[in-house]
Design a protein around this ligand. Structure first.
Ligand code: SAH
Ligand code: SF4
Ligand code: F3S
Length: 494
């Protein structure tokens, strides 16, 4: 007798008998037929009891590799959610996957090359005899579209940053043998209705997308060309998602976007970013709030004041300067001066004296002299970054800076970067060392990579490993920092 909810064996292939007819237990094999439910999901129906539509675990495996920034991490989570409806579940092995998706980044030439070499590596899996679908999403897909499908003959689908919602239909078509591309940009009205929702289940600390795209057109940056115009998500939807996350046990949210500070600026009906933070802070169960990334030019005093007013707001700000030289900042079209940047940092430190500051820096921008570079170096010292992500300028297609005369050699640029990173390495270690012996609140997020410890983060976003019972996952614990390393801290429960 079939009961609803009967757990069917995994890996049912519909071309095969559904059950081994030699078995003694289980339903009569002839009584089940393949069907599709209202959502287009595979199911089986009992001929004897046609009302009973039983979900089947077809165990189609999805492998997603994510390149680039947190926007892509967030989009990959959405892809997993969307493809659940097509009975895909994730696997951590590309070799076992039925569908492989690369969520790609083209922020620098190197990031792009990484994706192409991964595509080359995956060719053998496609030619391995087993049917595997291969798709490319994200920023390279948006930029290249059809060209990518032509260039990589074994690719099945290409879907751009504005086409995430089309993914299930595209995968269905690819399953039937079609090769297809979608990389149109959506207009803002359609887009605001398509801010993707994710599964609320799982995790202690989660990202919540509040704004997409970017209007800043920093002269070096490809993001506005691959993510489109800036658009704020409705605050009602953001708050609803956070409420649901908190009900599912999430303790920390990071509000996410290319430039979260300009949230609501183009939508008079929406609150400002500072107001949004106050609303999020009012949600019970959410104990910590972070946001990234911030743009110095849009860092309002009201937002800075949030660090004094909202205890739930963590003591960390990622505020990329990109350069310490006014001449270079102007050529980058960043919209602030070195002095203005330092004023924002001073105001932040005043509002939250223990705030940890991290940032991004580009060296070797066209026309950067040794003097300009030294201004970047002195800015680093003045700010005292806990961590700094630094890059050699990479000319990107379509961007204004790609057309600038650039007389620095690759070697000179690399040498400037090496010197800067060497110094930052020391500063990061000194900052970590200074935390030794201090008492910190740590939100325990999970089991550390080594497997024998738990890990979490301080309010200032430093990783702390702790030897403690698994029941503490999801809790904020008080620890004494026993030892400092380059990239993490060792904590002891107090
Ligand atoms: N929206 C964020 C960051 C986006 S990209 C912001 O505005 O800060 C992440 C970082 O990559 C940038 O902060 C910048 O430091 C770096 N980056 C972007 N384009 C680059 C390029 N063409 N060459 C080198 N680094 C680049
Ligand atoms: Fe790129 Fe500038 Fe926009 Fe950041 S603010 S995404 S660096 S254009
Ligand atoms: Fe890369 Fe696209 Fe993010 S280019 S940095 S993945 S917005």
């Amino acid at each position: 007798m079939i009961k609803a909810g009967y757990s069917l064996p995994a890996l049912i292939l519909f071309s095969e008998p559904l059950f081994d007819s030699g078995g003694t237990a289980g339903p009569d094999p002839d009584s089940l037929v393949k069907a599709v439910d209202g959502k287009g999901k595979n199911c089986v129906v009992s001929e004897k009891y046609p009302q009973q539509r039983l979900p089947v675990n077809t165990s189609k495996k999805l492998y997603i590799e994510t390149f680039g920034c947190q926007m892509n991490v967030n989009d990959s989570e959405t892809m997993v959610t969307l493809l659940k409806d097509l009975d895909y579940e994730t696997t951590d092995s590309a070799a076992k996957a039925d569908l492989i998706l690369l969520n790609t980044c083209c922020i620098r030439a190197k990031a792009e090359q990484k994706v192409y070499s991964e595509l080359g590596r995956l060719k053998s899996l496609k030619n391995g005899g087993r049917k595997v679908l291969l798709g490319v999403g994200g920023c390279i897909a948006q930029q290249e579209g059809e060209k990518l499908l032509k260039r990589v003959p074994y690719l099945d689908l290409v879907f751009g940053t504005h086409s995430l919602h089309l993914l299930p239909d595209m995968v269905r078509a690819a399953e039937k043998g079609e090769r297809l591309t979608r990389n149109d940009f959506l207009d803002p009205e359609s887009r605001v209705d398509l801010f993707p929702r994710k599964d609320t289940a799982g995790g202690v600390a989660r990202f919540v997308n509040v704004i997409q795209g970017c209007d800043n057109f920093c002269s070096y940056c490809i993001v506005p060309y691959v993510r489109g115009r800036e658009i704020s998500r409705r605050s009602s939807e953001i708050l609803q998602e956070i409420l649901e996350l908190s009900e599912a046990g999430v303790k920390e949210v990071t509000l996410l976007g290319q430039n979260v500070n300009s949230y609501g600026m183009k939508s008079p009906e929406e609150p400002s970013f500072a107001e949004l933070l106050h609303m999020v802070a009012a949600i019970d169960g959410i104990e910590r709030i972070r946001f990234t990334t911030s743009h110095p030019k849009d860092m309002s005093q009201a937002l800075i004041d949030c660090f004094a007013q909202l205890p739930k707001l963590c003591s960390h700000i990622h505020l990329p300067a990109q350069s310490g030289s006014d001449k270079v900042l102007k050529a980058m079209n960043r919209g602030y001066t070195r002095r203005e940047y330092l004023e924002r940092i001073a105001a932040l430190k005043k509002a939250r004296p223990d705030i940890t500051v991290t940032g991004d820096m580009i060296v070797g921008f066209p026309g950067e002299t040794e003097e300009d570079y030294n201004e970047t170096r002195s800015l680093m010292e003045e700010v005292g970054y806990a961590d700094l992500f630094s890059f050699v300028f990479s000319a990107r297609p379509e961007t204004a800076a790609a057309k600038l005369h650039d007389d620095l050699t690759r070697k000179e640029k690399q040498e400037r970067l090496d010197r800067l990173q060497k110094r930052q390495h020391i500063m990061t270690r000194e900052r970590n060392n200074a935390l030794q012996g201090t008492i910190q609140e740590v939100l325990v997020e999970g089991v550390s990579r080594r497997g024998d410890q738990l890990f979490g983060r301080t309010s200032g976003n430093r990783i702390v490993n702790i030897t403690a019972d698994h029941s503490l996952i999801g809790k904020i614990v008080t620890v004494r920092i026993a030892e400092a390393f380059q990239n993490s801290l060792l904590g002891e429960l107090v």
